[in-house]
Design a protein around this ligand. Sequence first.
Ligand code: FAD
Ligand code: PHB
Length: 389
Amino acid sequence: MRTQVCIIGGGPSGLLLSQLLHRKGIDTVVLERRSRDYVLSRIRAGVLEWGTVELLREAGVGARMDREGFPHEGTYLALQNRGFRVDFKATTGKQVMVYGQTEVTADLYAARDAMDGVVIDEAEGVTPHALDSDAPFVTWHKDGTEHRIDCDFVIGCDGFHGISRPSIPNSVLREFERVYPFGWLGILSETPPVDDELIYANHPRGFALCSMRNENLSRYYIQCDVNDSLDAWSDRAFWDELKRRIPGEAAERLVTGPSIEKSIAPLRSFVAEPMRWGRLLLCGDAAHIVPPTGAKGLNLAASDVHYAYHALARHYLDGDGEGLERYSEQALSRVWKAIRFSWWFTTLMHRFPDQTEFEQRIQEAELEALEASTAAQTVMAENYVGLPY
Ligand code: FAD
Ligand code: PHB
């Protein structure tokens, strides 16, 4: 087999890149380790920056999002059960779109199928080779047979635990990491959202977030011990704890119900440099991880895809390699700003195990300063709605 661009990983970044390149006449093959059902059932991100919205439209997968997604012009922040609103539209002229990653992935798979895009699922032992030569290739097993595909470029879209990043030699790769001493316990429930915008709450008992997917599907999170067992968190215990941490009027309005999904996620900031080595480009979680507080993970994957797409299109359509030369530097410049924002927002909103009273007062003062200052809210909003590409 031969293709121009071999993409490892059929999550949102791999599928979106494949879809965008295909529309420019550039041939791709996507290799995904899991089954399609597994990929489609992962509950993850919920908030899209406007740049992501526009990129999905450009890829021809915006129609259902535009019909069923919910544009949000602001968000609530809360401190000790008292909330205030940050108005994205008034401060930046921009908004975000609430539309689940599950839906984005479903739309991308449907679009790939409609264009006869090649996505090979349940590909085992995917291994890239000769990445520092002009003739890279990738091998894998499926149904007991070994396969090989030759290509011009390999794009690592295979998430944090993928094979692409470790293919860069240790002498080249640098990794930067912060692991936070807590996790997020999240549930999905078929209940109406408590508010029509998100609520991020700082509380002495720990952070809480009220989010949503649609009029009858809510997503809620509370900060927890990352080593907690899910069995220790009955639905009842979750709702009781959530109510303690969010503003009083929201707690009174909250409609509870059985959870249809429940999971605990660790929080981590991580960046790998460089994002290009030879014929390998990394995109999305393969190169970086952010704690979910800033809603940046999927959006950073989309901005990497934007840079990789334009770099590859320039190479194939204009014979100009400058985009590829600059890919790592360009993508990393935006990545580090999102890493900083997510770290700042996480640090501001969570209770740390060793937090002193001094640090707690600083958090409270910073939230009060944010409430009182349009300038501070503008900086927060600029980062939340997404920095320009
Ligand atoms: P992934 O989604 O991880 O996809 C990688 C794909 O590669 C997977 O399908 C995997 O099976 C496949 N793969 C892995 N290894 C191999 C291999 N060796 N061979 C072949 N295939 C392989 N982001 C936001 O922007 N906003 C949010 O609100 C938000 N909330 C989140 C909430 C939670 C609880 C979590 C866990 C994440 C959240 N994120 C959020 C982050 C977001 O989900 C990720 O950043 C996003 O999924 C990254 O996409 P990706 O395609 O780069 O990686
Ligand atoms: C979500 O809806 O899953 C979500 C929303 C905002 C975040 C993180 C997760 O910051």
